[in-house]
Design a protein around this ligand. Sequence first.
Ligand SMILES: [Fe+2]
Ligand SMILES: [Fe+2]
Length: 205
Amino acid sequence: MMNPADIAKLDTLPLHSRTPVEWARAVLADPIRLLMDHAFLEKKAANNALELLTRWPGDWLPGWVETMTGVARDEAAHLAQVTRILLRRGGRLDRIHKNPYANSLRLLVRKGEPAQILDRLLVSALIEVRSCERFAVLAAASADTELASFYETLFSSEFGHYRVFLELARKMTDAPAVEARWQQLLAAEARILADQETGPRIHSK
Ligand SMILES: [Fe+2]
Ligand SMILES: [Fe+2]
């Protein structure tokens, strides 16, 4: 069960759609495939933080390098944890993995600066905030105590990541411009998620 502080945080998430518990019950019916998809997500998140640091090097925003390296470190730790659980349960990581949800979100990123980096930060925040919400629903629905407590830990961590990506975006430019783009992207995210196929994946419909 989620603790009361986490439940209060869950209520603050700005998502335009909410995941029903039926989704969690359905995906938890195939925990190995769910863990496999999850492992890729953590790997992609670690890569994303390092890629942002490569494309936009230096401390061009206050706390930039520290934040990106911190996110990369957290995501690598999540990858290690999820992989350990996966292997112990007889699963393995495949080399190839499709992530149509993240790909569709990435298509929303505008070209040209500063729009491109602003959108990259906001899309990163979107993926974090949705993952965070999904981990909360999984934590609440999972009868498997190891998975339930793992998902609850991830809820807190991804909540922190969503906040730091959004705060970095807000340091970039004037608040109304960031807010307007954030609201557009939140609306787009809910549509993209609703267009996904069902199945044992963190970002399925
Ligand atoms: Fe993570
Ligand atoms: Fe994260």
